[in-house]
Design a protein around this ligand. Structure first.
Ligand SMILES: [Zn+2]
Length: 412
């Protein structure tokens, strides 16, 4: 799900006091239940004041407790009220103590502030404007209005981290519409009236209603994980702060796991895997060659089991264990190098493969024979008059073999 970052995020409602507007680190507060409501069949309340952030502007809601009850979701109503969805109802007028889960709040503050800085760096270095932001459960995304080279992405990432390590103050300013018009905001605000502006000192001014850290240093690290082309622009996946550390641990474990199997330095892993893959391909090719040569030997034994028909030609219909259709084909071809053979070989397990072949001096359309079999038993197949194959045949093997015998025997 994508959110336009300027409209809901910059929305500023003053119906109930939103404590996080001025102090995003305030996580305990006392309030009074102002009204009760129902959100999708679950009890909810509005308060006279709240530190809980409702889902908006691409940032998910805070969790925590209210009067000892779990706050399972926080949503903004169409009228702009903050609705706290609870596990059990509360009553109007009740005094409650609220506690916001700090780990989740801090995580969201790190990701959201990191997004402001990364978006500003992309804007400044590549004139790539952020048109969407989503703070996900594991990774966050920004959508940019233009394609971006890998070099440009790395340059913006480097610059964004430089701003983080500068440990610049991140201010919250409430400004009038007129004042806002004179400020170099990164994006024009879509709403009118008083605006809440997030000020990354000397670097970025953005109208936003979200929660942010007080100094850029608290973002820790901004790491871009991937980029992809999207609708003429670019979608970047990124993580900040604690998530960057968790991501590093995931990569570290994955790399360590690979290195246990391939003893090379981490930077040499891609080349080592490529080498392994091409070696495996070569070996597969060699094994196939051997299997086909083995099939020729087995074919000699099979040919001896063919029954001689009244016209002097020899008929062989058998189920044969083979690694793949190629081996089955090689076997049938080897038998038919001798004169007078009519051969149908099946794989023993369903769905069945079938190969029909004949010697040069025999009048039989192998392609038509296979098509006849697939018409009866399903699957697909076809080929030339001297060699054809089919696959995906379903049914009793005995019945199939009887049908093949009837097709291949000119006397029936
Ligand atoms: Zn923000």
């Amino acid at each position: 799900m994508l959110h336009d970052i300027s409209s809901p995020c910059a929305k500023l409602w003053l119906m109930a006091e939103r404590l996080y507007y001025n102090d995003p680190t305030l996580i305990e507060f006392d309030a009074v239940v102002a009204s009760v409501a129902d959100v999708g069949g679950r009890p909810a309340v509005t308060l006279d004041r709240s530190a809980f952030y409702p889902t908006s502007g691409g940032q998910p809601f805070d969790t925590g407790s209210l009067g000892g009850l779990r706050v399972v979701e926080v949503v903004e109503s169409d009228a702009g009220d903050v609705l706290h969805v609870l596990e059990r109802p509360l009553e109007v007028g009740e005094a409650v103590h609220g506690v916001v889960d700090w780990d989740r709040r801090l995580d969201h503050m790190q990701q959201h502030t990191g997004q402001h800085i990364l978006s500003a760096a992309l804007d400044r270095l590549s004139m790539a404007r952020t048109v969407g932001f989503h703070l996900g459960a594991d990774v966050s995304t920004v959508d940019l209005d233009k394609p971006l080279s890998a070099g440009a992405m790395t340059a913006a990432e480097t610059e964004a981290n430089r701003i983080v390590w500068d440990d610049r103050p991140v201010g919250i300013r409430m400004v009038s519409e007129a004042e806002a018009a004179s400020l170099p905001l990164r994006k024009d605000p879509e709403r009118t009236g008083t605006l809440r502006v997030i000020d990354v000192e000397g670097y970025d001014l953005s109208a936003c209603g979200g929660t942010h850290v007080r100094r850029t240093g608290a973002v820790g690290t901004i790491a871009v994980l991937s980029s992809e082309r999207l609708r003429g622009g670019t979608r970047l996946e990124f993580v900040c702060g604690g998530r960057a550390l968790r991501q590093l641990r995931t990569y570290r474990d994955a790399v360590a796991g690979c290195i246990r199997h391939v003893s090379v330095a981490p930077s040499e892993l891609p080349a080592a895997l490529e080498r392994l893959q091409s070696e495996a391909k070569e070996q597969h090719k060699a094994v196939r060659g051997l299997l086909e040569r083995l099939a020729v030997h087995e074919a000699a034994a099979l040919a001896g089991q063919a029954e001689t028909l009244p016209d002097g030609t020899r008929l062989l219909v058998r189920a044969v264990e083979a690694a793949d259709p190629g081996v089955l084909k090689a076997m049938a071809l080897a038998i038919c190098t001798g004169p007078g053979y009519r051969v149908a070989l099946f794989s023993p397990s369903a769905p069945h493969l079938v190969v029909v072949a004949r010697s040069k001096d025999v009048a039989l359309d192998a392609g038509a024979a296979v098509r006849g079999l697939t018409a009866t038993f399903g699957g697909k197949g076809g080929g030339k008059p001297d060699l054809a194959q089919g696959g995906g045949l379903a049914g009793e093997l005995d019945t199939m073999q009887a049908a093949a015998r009837a097709t291949l025997d000119p006397g029936k």
